[in-house]
Design a protein around this ligand. Structure first.
Ligand SMILES: Nc1ncnc2c1ncn2[C@@H]1O[C@H](COP(=O)(O)OP(=O)(O)OP(=O)(O)O)[C@@H](O)[C@H]1O
Ligand SMILES: [Mg+2]
Length: 350
């Protein structure tokens, strides 16, 4: 199937000369119809710019960008408007019209699209029911909680039945429970309505909760992308590792490592736990036994990602140097092992 969004060596440069900012830098990426695609990155990475190119709120500086098979970099304003009509967008600050009721906000895009009044009313009722705030139709935005406001934002974005929904930090202003409720709604929109959802976030937990595939952005570039499990269970880039650390806190910080070294004089290693790797804590135990090495678990965290094991264990190894080296080599054949060395000979982080 053809991708619904295809970035082909896309760059976006703001300004020129010495002050030029390469907000998006040579991105090549396909987003498939029907998936939930996550884009994660720190502030300034270029995430918002990337999605704003999709609905042509910003123009591409170089490269090709296909949306629904149409090259938006080559379309005139009339055709662009048609492409935009197939794209809904939700925002961190909700962007609701405060002078209009909830129903008025949701009706707005229908009015712009020229729907007659009676059809508008029926569609608005249907949408408010779908997002679970039918009882708030006559309320004003200031009378709503953040979660309710975002439901209005989602209803408004879905009004004209778009095929693509872009969510830029849609849950960043919400508390953790409300975040999960809104993510559950986005998941329903994806599954029941077949809408392709692109979620922009700086929160690893958002990606973990709903995305099928993810791209990690840093300084305008996509530094890593693929299925969420593959990217986060075996991160290759430092930025990706940092995001994993925020969700799991499974690896000792440098300060925690110093404390561990005071308590544990032996060789300290961190073993990534993942499917098809060392697999589980049990496999690590078996490897220790096979090599005649003793291991004490001193730090760690294991959870599930995509219903598969994900995390790491940090162990203090004691035994002969040769046996420990053989054990590490053995484990490295199956998963990532960071050799943190001993207090006397600090190893190099892999
Ligand atoms: N209209 C603009 N004019 C000039 N520079 C811009 C403009 N929009 C964005 N930038 C710059 O482009 C870079 C990427 O910005 P962008 O908003 O895409 O990042 P982001 O990943 O969405 O960050 P955040 O997580 O803070 O929202 C930043 O350096 C930003 O200052
Ligand atoms: Mg942004």
């Amino acid at each position: 199937m053809a991708p619904v969004i295809s970035f082909q060596d896309v760059s976006k440069v703001f300004g020129s000369g010495a002050g030029a900012v390469r907000a998006v830098d040579g991105v090549t990426l396909d987003i498939e119809a029907g998936e939930i695609f996550g884009v994660i990155g720190y502030s300034g990475a270029g995430k918002s710019t990337l999605v704003r190119l999709v609905n042509a709120l910003e123009t591409v500086t170089s490269g090709r960008l296909l949306v629904d098979g149409q090259d938006v970099t080559a379309l005139g304003e009339g055709r662009l408007r048609r492409v935009r009509a197939g794209i809904g967008m939700v925002f961190q600050q909700f962007n609701l019209l405060n002078s209009r009721t909830v129903a008025g906000n949701v009706a707005y895009p229908l009015k712009v699209a020229g729907w007659p009044r009676e059809r508008r009313a029926a569609r608005v009722a249907e949408l408010l029911d779908y997002v679970g705030i039918a009882d708030k139709a006559k309320a004003y935005p200031r009378q709503l909680s953040g979660g309710q406001k975002q439901r209005v934002g989602i209803a408004r974005a879905l009004a004209t039945s778009p095929r693509i929904l872009l969510a830029d930090e849609a849950t960043s202003a919400l508390d953790p429970d409300t975040t999960q409720d809104v993510l559950a709604l986005l998941r329903r929109v994806n599954r029941e309505l077949g809408v392709t959802v692109v979620v922009i976030t700086h929160e690893m937990d958002v990606i973990r909760s709903i995305a099928h595939r993810v791209a990690v952005m840093e300084a305008g570039k996509v530094v890593e992308h693929g299925p969420v499990y593959d990217v986060f269970a075996a991160p290759r880039e430092r930025a990706t590792r940092r995001f994993v650390a925020t969700t799991l806190k499974d690896r000792p910080t440098p300060e925690a490592l110093d404390r561990l070294r005071h308590r544990h004089p032996g060789r300290i290693v961190t073993v990534a736990i993942r499917e098809n790797g060392a697999g589980s804590g049990v496999d690590v135990t078996a490897a220790l036994r096979a090599h005649g090495v003793d291991g004490t678990i001193v730090f760690g965290g294991i959870t599930e990602l995509d219903e598969r094991p994900f995390g790491s264990l940090t162990l203090e190894l004691t035994g002969s140097d040769a046996a420990i080296s053989a054990l590490i080599a053995d484990l490295r054949g199956r998963t990532d092992v960071d050799d943190l060395g001993t207090a006397a000979v600090a190893g190099v982080r892999a």
